[in-house]
Design a protein around this ligand. Structure first.
Ligand code: SF4
Ligand code: SF4
Length: 267
């Protein structure tokens, strides 16, 4: 039997099986009575993006940081984002405006692929028809926000994988932060130790320099002290040189001159 004939027979067998089982097995029924009934949507279905938030408050728990990467990546340019600001005009990491034109979106999921914060995901929602084909199809931020619990309901496997990734990223960020803090602490300690060492070296150098200067001062003052008496001593105790010369020149024995030669005259 050729490969082609084998394939045709296998296909006919599957068709026949579904046809007959559709009479007594509900999950084999090809149609549902929509809108009263709705068929179960496969968890891998994707239709339009939505924004995920954590916790109870959609605004505070919003994962989106308004980085605009998805806006830039969207091929038909159907995403429009404006960053939020606080009361002082300082930008906040969340969108004030996040619009998606559902009439243009082609469900390519590129916005999901580029988002670094796991904040935009594809919804399996398909009832998007609206009477107003302009504003009605433009989905704003509040209409796009869905809780993480909703994400787990429609895409359980993908949502769990996302949660695991977020936990791993947070743990990695905490480890890096701790490492940075440890490095900063060690650097501060090293800086403090270097400053203390430098101060100690300066103090030692100052101590060593102090006796040397004292000795120099003493050495420079000592000759002055010795020289001073040499100048003053002669004035106090002995006459100066001219006075001494005068003294030498003066006639010494006045007594001899005055001694009379009287006895010789008497004889
Ligand atoms: S799914 Fe594709 S077309 Fe739709 S908003 Fe995302 S990037 Fe744009
Ligand atoms: S959904 Fe993601 S990629 Fe888009 S602006 Fe928000 S954080 Fe950035």
């Amino acid at each position: 039997m050729s490969l082609l004939a084998k394939g045709i027979l296998q296909g006919m067998a599957v068709t026949a099986k579904n046809f007959f089982q559709s009479y007594y097995k509900k999950d084999r029924l090809p149609t549902v009575q929509y809108p009263e009934e709705k068929s179960t949507v496969n968890q891998f279905t994707r239709n339009i993006p939505f924004l995920v938030f954590d916790g109870d408050d959609p605004i505070d728990g919003m994962r989106c940081t308004a980085c605009t990467l998805c806006e830039k990546a969207c091929p038909p340019q159907c995403i429009y984002i404006i960053k939020d600001k606080d009361e002082n005009g300082k930008p906040i990491k969340r969108p004030a405006v996040f619009d998606i034109d559902s009439s243009v979106c082609m469900s390519c999921q590129l916005c999901v692929e580029v988002c670094p914060f796991e904040s935009i995901r594809m919804d399996s929602e398909f009832e998007l028809s609206n009477e107003n084909r302009f504003e009605g199809l433009l989905l704003n931020r509040d209409e796009l926000l869905r809780s993480n619990e909703y994400y787990h309901e429609i895409h359980p496997l993908e949502a769990q994988e996302t949660d695991d990734r977020i936990v791993a990223k947070e743990a990695e960020a905490a480890a890096k932060k701790k490492e940075r803090e440890e490095k900063a602490r060690k650097a501060a300690e090293a800086k403090k130790a270097a400053a203390e060492k430098k101060a100690a070296e300066e103090a030692t150098a100052a101590e060593e320099a102090a006796p040397a200067t004292e000795n120099k001062v003493a050495e420079t003052e000592a000759p002055k002290a010795e020289a001073a008496p040499a100048e003053t001593a002669p004035t106090a105790e002995s006459p100066t040189e001219p006075e001494a010369k005068q003294a030498d020149a003066a006639p010494e024995p006045k007594a001899e001159e005055e001694t009379p030669e009287e006895p010789e005259k008497k004889e």
